[in-house]
Design a protein. Structure first.
Length: 42
């Protein structure tokens, strides 16, 4: 049940970010994750 609440809150945050911030938070976190993956994999 806890996992369902966590997934729902993350989904709600992503939808809210896309609607009100134009996806700024999402795009910046994706860029950051991409940079970290590149750093780790070389």
């Amino acid at each position: 049940m806890r996992y369902v609440i966590v997934i729902m809150s993350i989904t709600f945050f992503l939808i809210w970010d896309g609607m009100y911030n134009g996806g700024k938070v999402l795009s910046s976190s994706v860029r950051e994750a991409h940079r970290v993956v590149r750093m780790v994999t070389g």
